[in-house]
Structure formats: C-alpha cells, structure tokens
Design a protein around this ligand. Structure first.
Ligand code: C2E
Ligand code: CA
Ligand code: CA
Length: 501
C-alpha cells in the first residue's frame, strides 16, 4: 500500500514536472510568435511612415510661402499617390497654411510641433472626421511639412494574423490600441520598438499557464508524458517491492485474502469413502500461482502472523462449508494444523467453537494437528485451553509422528487421540523384505497406547492394502486424493453424504 502510494506520487510528480516544462516551452514559443507578429506590425507601420516621409520630401519644393494652386496641386498629388495617406499639409505657427484637402481652409494642428518629435498620435480632428490619426511631420519652409496616416490603415497594421493578439501603437505618451481611441500610455505590456521611427508596438504577454494552449498544442506530448509517468511509477513500484520483507509480503497476502484453504480428503480404509479432510493452507499469488505452505508457514510462525493466518483460513472454511451445508455428510472429520502460538490464542479457541456451533447439526469432529517437528512447550494456560476444547469434543492428533524426539512426551502432556504416521514411514512400505519394520513398530506402539491411527502419504495400492490389513482405519495420500480446492471437494462430499464412516 505504502509502496503503491510512493510510486503513484513519483509518477504524478514526473507528470506535473513534465507538464510544467512543456507549458514553459509553449509559453516561450507563444512569446516568440507574438514578437514576430509585433515585428510584422511594426514593419507595416514603418512602411506607412516611409510613405509619409517621401510625400513630405516631395513637397519641399514649395518655397514661395504662398499656397498657390500649383503648391496645392503638388500637395494633392502626393497625398493621392500615398495609398495610406489622408492629407499632406504645410504648417506655420501650429496652423495649416496650405493643405492637400480641397477648400484649403485654415486648420489648427493640435499638439507639439517641436523639432525632435516627428510622429504624433492625434485623437482625431476635423480633417480626419474624428477618427485617430498618426501624424508625421518634418521641418520645412518657414515651419513644418506634415502628412497624416489614416486610422483604418493603422488598424489593419495592428490586426494580427491569428486575430488573438491585439496590438497597440505607442507614440510618445499616447497609445492607440487596435480598433480603439487614442489614450494616455499605460505600462505593463511587452514592447517592440521600431528601429526607424519613434514608435513601438505594445502587446500583452501570453499567460504563463494556459490549459487550452496545453491541450491544443501539447496533447501528444502530454499523452507521452502520461504513459512515461505510468511506466516510471510501475518501475518504482517494482523496485520498492524488491525490498519488502517476506513478513510484510505475507501480511499483505493475508489482508488481500490470498491465503486460501485446500482440502485433502481422509479416506476410510475399509469402505474407501471420504471420512473427512485435512485443511492445508495455500498462498494463491496472482502472478506466480500457488506457493507451498512449507515456505510461508515458518514465516507466519516467526513473525507472529500464524494466528491471523489460521483465523482467515478457518473463516474461509466456514464460508465454503456453508455452501454445502444442506448435503454435508454427518460426522465429518476436519483436521486443521496448529502451531505453538495457538495455545495462547483466545481468538483461535473462539474460532474452533464457532465452527462447531455453526455445523452442530452435522456433528463434525474437529481435529487439531500438532506437529512433532516443532516443539510445543505446553503451559498451564495452554493446557487449560486444550482441556476446554476437549470438553466441546475437539480432538488432538500428533502429526508427523516418529520424525521428532518429543513424540512420547507429547503423549504424556496432551491427551492425544490420533497419531498421524509420517509419510516417510509409509513411503517405505513395499513388497521388499524389511520395508515395513519401522511402520510396524509405530503401529504396535499406537495400538499398545490405544490410539487411533491415520496414515499419511499413501501413494500406492500396495501401501493402502498393507495399512488396511494392519487395521489402520484412516488413510490419506495422493493414491486417493491430492489436496484440492473446495470446488473439487464439494461434489465428492455430495457423493459420500449417504454414508460416512
Ligand atoms: P502436514 O500437516 O504433514 O501435511 C501433509 C503434507 O503432505 C501436505 O503438504 C500434503 O500435500 C502432503 N501430502 C499429502 N499426501 C501426500 C502423498 O501421498 N505424498 C506426498 N509426497 N505428500 C503428500 P503441504 O500441503 O505442502 O503442507 C506442508 C506442511 O505445511 C503441512 O504438513 C503442515 O505441517 C504445514 N501446513 C499446511 N497448512 C498449514 C496451516 O494451515 N497451519 C499450519 N500451522 N501448518 C500448515
Ligand atoms: Ca497435518
Ligand atoms: Ca504430516
């Protein structure tokens, strides 16, 4: 869980960083595009001012100081030849004394006509019909020569190809935004200054972060980023999982319900019918299939998880058996393996009683299998618990009998009901002479102690027959059944439900 969280966070951080870098790149590209468009706009305005400059140069020949018809014709011709020009005028003392416009009436020019300023933005005058005007002026005979550029032409220059950006023409302390009116200059925008004339094209900087821009221009890269983030998260998860301890791994498996019961039937040697089964834990891993209990039971015992594991297992067994409760044979023998830790577990005692109670009408026999391989030092508390369980009909079996050294002392300490002859003895049984010496000893000992016997690891008919002639009542082994999932046990239970012995 923690590893998945860390891996997801790393993947997410990678994605966010990638998106920010992509956004930064797109932001820069957009700034560059705006600058390029501003350059284009400035060069259009430059061309218009060039036109005005040429027109004013051409009328320098008027040096009489009088607005003669010839002088007016010349002004007229220049104004008409400049496609972007509205009029060309001669100015003296801020007053137009000769104009390309018909009527040649006396006009006043607003604003400065100082020698240094040769460009002015006028909000509009009676000549321009109230629309803004860019006015170019240059010193001429006894005053100035001026030419005006029309608002509609400036507007075209301020309109960008994409239509998204609105440019503003800035001249001195005035500005003329696209399709607007002349206003006092407000700062805070990006400027592109003309290298030929004293004006600039101002524009808004693009927003730093823009989802729309990211989605329209960066969708492919964002997709790649998402895929890469997932791959990175997956690798991190794999890397982190390498360092998970077997204990932690098992804890998760228990929590995820990956520990499941398998059932190995125990057969009545005389009738050949199923008299019960032993519950054997399996770890069902999603990737690598089933893991043997020999690997994870020791981990569970060492890390103190065996109680929880057995609890989970017993709950699954109850669940399974409930599905066949109607036709479950009576008197089933249910063997469950226990470890040293169980003698202190009230939870385990409760689970045993619950199992008995749920299937009380089926008179099941719960047999706890204590292995001789792992020593179990019985405490008074443990003794008391086993005594209580016994009083409810729970039986005890000594598993793997003959493989350890404590068998005899167990027989003393616990009230053992069954001995389970270890498969290493059963495996020896064959037609060859002396192959049965050891197993015969174990059988004799059990008989002398008046204990019932279960032989496990029966793999051949010869072994089954031999054990049958020796009077062993219960047999367990691959010859009859391998441990199987409940789906395979259930039909067999149905068949044997008529008679269980
Ligand atoms: P066990 O209690 O002696 O269980 C019998 C083992 O012998 C099982 O191995 C079973 O599959 C195997 N077996 C049965 N018949 C034959 C046969 O004919 N030939 C051979 N070669 N093997 C046979 P499994 O299931 O791998 O279990 C191994 C051990 O893990 C068990 O030995 C038991 O000690 C332990 N174990 C299994 N489940 C649990 C559990 O839920 N709790 C505890 N504490 N221990 C468990
Ligand atoms: Ca066993
Ligand atoms: Ca055994």
């Amino acid at each position: 869980m923690r590893e998945s969280f860390i891996a997801s966070i790393c993947g997410l951080l990678f994605f966010i960083t990638g998106v920010l870098a992509l956004n930064w790149q797109l932001w820069h590209s957009e700034i560059a595009v705006r600058k390029q468009e501003a350059q284009l706009s400035a060069s259009l305005v430059d061309d218009m001012i060039d036109e005005a400059r040429k027109a004013t140069d051409a009328v320098r020949t008027i040096t009489t100081g009088l607005c003669t018809p010839d002088a007016q014709r010349l002004l007229n011709r220049e104004a008409a030849m400049g496609p972007h020009l509205r009029y060309v005028v001669l100015i003296r003392n801020s007053e137009v004394w000769c104009s390309s416009l018909l009527g040649n009436k006396s006009l006043r020019i607003q604003g400065s006509t100082s020698a240094t300023t040769n460009l002015t933005l006028y909000p509009g005058d009676e000549i321009s019909g109230g629309s803004p005007v860019l006015f170019y002026q240059t010193p001429g005979y006894s005053g100035y020569i001026g030419a005006s550029i029309g608002f509609s032409h400036i507007n075209i220059a301020l309109k960008t190809a994409s239509d998204k950006i609105l440019f503003t023409l800035v001249v001195g302390k005035n500005m003329l935004p696209y399709n607007s009116v002349v206003k006092p200059l407000a700062h805070g925008k990006l400027s592109l200054h003309s290298i030929h004339y004293p004006f600039s094209i101002d524009y808004e900087p693009p927003p730093f972060f823009n989802w729309e821009r990211l989605i329209t221009q960066g969708n492919f890269l964002m997709m790649i980023l998402a895929i890469m983030s997932s791959i990175i998260a997956w690798f991190i998860l794999r890397y982190l999982n390498q360092y998970i301890t077997p204990e932690e791994n098992l804890r998760r498996a228990i929590a995820r319900g990956e520990i499941v019961p398998f059932y190995q039937p125990i057969v009545n040697s005389a009738s050949g019918k199923i008299s019960g089964f032993e519950i054997l834990a399996r770890w069902k891993q999603p990737d690598s299939g089933f893991i043997s209990p020999d690997i994870f039971i020791p981990v569970a015992e060492k890390s103190g998880q065996i109680i929880e594991l057995t609890h989970v297992l017993m709950m699954r067994v109850i669940e399974d058996l409930r599905t066949v409760a109607l036709y479950m044979p009576e008197g089933l023998h249910i063997g469950i393996n226990i470890s040293a830790a169980h003698e202190h577990s009230e939870e385990f005692e409760y689970d045993c009683l619950q199992l008995l109670e749920i299937f009380a009408d089926k008179k099941i026999t719960l047999v706890l299998e204590i292995t001789e391989r792992e020593p179990l030092a019985l405490t008074p508390k443990g003794k008391a618990m086993f005594a209580r369980l016994r009083s409810h009909g729970v039986l005890l079996a000594l598993d793997d009998f003959g493989t350890g050294y404590s068998g005899i002392s167990y027989l003393n300490d616990f009230c053992i009901d069954y001995l389970k002859i270890d498969k290493s003895f059963v495996r020896r049984i064959s037609p060859s002479p002396d192959s049965t010496l050891l197993v015969d000893c174990v059988i004799d000992m059990a008989k002398n102690l008046s204990l019932s016997l279960i032989a496990e690891g029966v793999e051949t008919q010869y072994q089954a027959d031999y054990l049958n002639t020796k009077g062993i009542q219960f047999l367990q082994g691959y010859y009859f059944w391998r441990p199987v999932p409940f789906t395979r046990l259930a039909p067999a239970l149905l068949l044997s439900s008529r008679r269980v012995t």
